[in-house]
Design a protein around this ligand. Structure first.
Ligand SMILES: O=C(CO)COP(=O)(O)O
Length: 249
């Protein structure tokens, strides 16, 4: 069975009114492969503006949300609020949330459960750090993170996994197609064994970490690479090239 290719642009803490107006204008004019699902994720304060102005075949994602619906949680945003303003997706468990903001596997699991319950689709991120890879811990780390997510999911329809090796994020050091394929295959096998063959077959696994217009096409040829989660290059015109990595336009 074929899984629909999906490309996400994670803008992280970047952008301004002026910058995002131009970026949206360019994407709206872009010649994008209609067989690819595209999701862009600006910072919270620009979500509504981007949602209102971007073409309707591009979806919009929050970069995070909290595990409660409302209450005394200063500075947080609820999944229900994202839904309320027409946002369809949320990215959860990004390594920057894990490392800088100390989010734990357990908390990420709770966020995934809450976001799905609120009706959002979730891009759930996992990935090992450099020392973990060097010490042959990649599979162990990815399995641990995946288990915390899987324990929170009963229906996988609205879940996409993003494999983002931390050593490849923002470093210019992209995983080789073989390295990406090896871990993606392992993730799929884990899902097969621990969730179900059907979920393993259907769940899309995106790769993230220094994807750019030059390396996307080769990575996209790997059988278990079902898309990309793009950071830096999603702020540049080459994002269109990445979205079209599998297309013959
Ligand atoms: O973290 C990423 C996407 O979520 C990847 O970032 P870069 O593409 O900038 O390496």
């Amino acid at each position: 069975m074929s899984r629909k290719f999906i490309v996400g642009g994670n803008f992280k803490l970047n952008g301004s009114n002026e910058f995002l107006t131009k970026l949206v204008e360019d994407l709206n004019k872009g010649n994008l492969d209609s067989n690819v699902e595209i999701v862009v994720s600006p910072p919270f304060v620009y979500l509504d503006k981007v949602r209102q102005s971007i073409r309707k075949d591009i979806a919009v994602a929050g970069q995070n949300c909290y595990l409660k619906s409302s209450g005394a949680y200063t500075g947080e945003v609820a999944a229900e609020m994202l839904k309320d303003i027409g946002i369809e997706w949320v990215i959860l468990g990004h390594s920057e949330r894990r490392e800088i903001f100390k989010e734990t596997d357990e908390e990420i699991g709770q966020k995934v459960a809450h976001a799905l319950k609120a009706g959002l689709k979730v891009i759930a991120c996992i990935g090992e750090k450099l020392d973990e890879r060097v010490n042959n811990k990649t599979n162990e780390v990815v399995e641990r993170q995946l288990k915390a997510i899987a324990d929170s999911v009963s229906d996988w329809t609205n879940v996409v996994i993003a494999y983002e090796p931390v050593w490849a994020i923002g470093t210019g050091k992209v995983a080789t197609p073989q390295q990406a394929q090896e871990v993606h295959k392992h993730i799929r096998e884990w899902l097969h064994k621990n969730v179900s063959p059907n979920v393993a077959e259907k769940t899309r696994i995106m790769y993230g970490g220094s994807v750019n217009g030059g390396n996307a096409a080769t990575l996209s040829k790997e059988p278990d690479v079902d898309g990309f989660l793009v950071g830096g290059a999603s702020l540049k015109p080459e994002f269109v090239t990445i979205c079209n990595a599998r297309a013959n336009l």
